[in-house]
Design a protein around this ligand. Structure first.
Ligand code: PFF
Length: 464
């Protein structure tokens, strides 16, 4: 058994970049635009901005401060705080990334497949003529989804083995700026396509007729914000544990929220105008816009194909961007799992990476084969991947609410606020923080939980 020296980020910027890289992922590029289109464009965007600057900021500060105070990953962090009855929170917030990681890697594998398909297209080959058939035959293929997941997982684990400073930091330093430049590039290009104005208006102008129930909009935005900011998954606790004492937790949190929200809103500018134009041209109406989860893998390739040869290049750049976003998010999740296993068993990092990698391949196989060779295995009537996703959507708000209750009523907010002042700066949001963490956050988070349970059991038409 070896006790290695705890890693730390090389600076405040490295931390902000890493946490933003975790936050910016498939949630921003694919989920945010389709939710915005579904929930009245500007209405959803406004609600989302408000929620992330209040609730998102509060939860982010809480998790990062918990990590930095304890200098432990989520599994053992709660033990340092002196309330043994609440140690179970560490276990719960470790279970979440351990169960999300395997199926996130499966979806990462899908992105690898599309990336490869566009590489073939730009080099003159064919293969994506019928996106619907391409997607369906790929996910049902005997080995393809597993092999793509394996590739994605191996790259992620390689970065983690190299370490926090040399692996994660460097990978983010390369991928994040490229991602941002590509996203801005595509959004600007899309804005110059004749007819794009209609789609931009559709995206930005509030449309109250499509959001008959404001409660649903708020819950949709809140669920999205959780996922997008990687909250309640132990990641921000683990990343916070590598943060230097001289760096400011609130400043870093504001920057992370800003970066994540910026990329989410930008994704809408990349995707919505082209989908709206495609819907008008193909007579697909709202169905193309409301394609939901199928948007990224079926509708968008159709839209890119309709743009001719420029579309092939946009598709290629888009899937490089998605691949980078998925990789940096998977890296953060793998790190949260690896750090928890290291801290708990006090084993070497490399051993821990191997254990997490094997776990994620074994459990990932269940999701990867879930639409093909193991399609008969349907827990609660759902394909394995969707079952894991639904279970985690329920567990995440439970953990978030419990963390708020613990910090607000047991640990006390002043411990978090004291951690925020460690770098010597004054904290001007004390009253706001106390009210948010004690009252507002637990109530709002429990509301998401109730709506998620209603959605799963089909109660009251609360599908989001
Ligand atoms: N925040 C990421 C996104 O928006 O895609 C998703 C994510 C990353 C979820 C890391 C969970 C996680 F642990």
């Amino acid at each position: 058994m070896t006790k290695e020296k705890r890693a730390s980020w090389s600076g405040s910027l490295a931390f902000v970049l890493a946490a933003s890289a975790s936050a910016v992922g498939l949630g921003n590029l694919w989920r945010f635009p389709y939710l915005a289109a579904k929930y009245g464009g500007g209405v959803f965007i406004a609600v989302y901005l408000l929620l992330s600057l209040t609730l998102g900021f509060t939860l982010l500060v809480t998790e990062i401060a918990l990590g930095r105070y304890s200098r432990q990953s989520q599994l053992t962090a709660f033990r340092q705080l002196g309330h043994p009855r609440w140690n179970f929170l560490g276990v719960l917030s470790t279970i979440i990334p351990l169960f999300i990681l395997p199926y996130y890697n499966v979806i990462g594998g899908w992105v690898v497949k599309y990336f490869a398909a566009y590489v073939k297209l730009v080099s003159g080959g064919g293969g994506l003529d019928n996106p619907q058939a391409f997607f369906e035959s790929f996910i049902a293929a005997p080995w393809d989804p597993f092999v793509c997941m394996l590739l994605f997982t191996v790259v992620t684990c390689a970065v983690i083995i190299i370490g926090v400073k040399n692996g994660i930091e460097k990978a983010n330093l390369v991928m994040m700026p490229i991602l941002l430049v590509m996203a801005v590039g595509i959004a600007v290009y899309v804005a110059t396509i004749p007819g794009a104005g209609e789609g931009i208006r559709f995206y930005l102008v509030p449309d109250f007729s499509t959001c008959d129930n404001i409660g649903k909009v708020v819950l949709g935005a809140m669920g999205q914000m959780f996922y997008s900011l990687s909250l309640a998954m132990g990641i921000m606790i683990t990343y916070g544990s590598y943060m230097r004492r001289c760096d400011s937790v609130p400043k870093a949190s504001v920057r992370i929220v800003a970066a994540d929200t910026f990329v989410a809103v930008l994704s809408g500018f990349m995707i919505i105008p082209v989908v709206v134009m495609f819907a008008a041209a193909s007579g697909g109406g709202r169905a193309a816009i409301d394609a939901g989860p199928g948007l990224m893998f079926v509708t968008l390739p159709k839209v890119f194909a309709s743009l001719g040869s420029a579309g092939i290049w946009i598709g290629f750049v888009f899937f490089v961007l998605v691949l980078f976003a998925a990789l940096t998010s998977a890296i953060s999740m793998t790190e949260a799992c690896v750090a928890a296993v290291c801290d708990f068993f006090r084993i070497r990092r490399v051993t821990s990476v191997v254990l997490v990698c094997v776990w994620s391949l074994l459990l990932g196989a269940v999701s990867a084969f879930g639409y093909g060779r193991w399609a008969d295995f349907k827990p609660c009537g759902l394909p394995a991947l969707e079952f894991f996703d639904a279970s985690m959507n329920v567990l995440t708000p439970v953990v978030a609410a419990l963390i708020c209750i613990y910090v607000g009523w047991v640990l006390r907010p002043k411990r978090i606020l004291a951690e925020c002042q460690r770098d010597g700066s004054a904290v001007g949001f004390k009253v706001f923080y106390v009210v948010m963490v004690k009252f507002v956050a637990p109530v709002l988070v429990l509301a998401i939980l109730v709506s998620e349970v209603c959605r799963i059991f089909g109660i009251g038409g609360w599908a989001i």
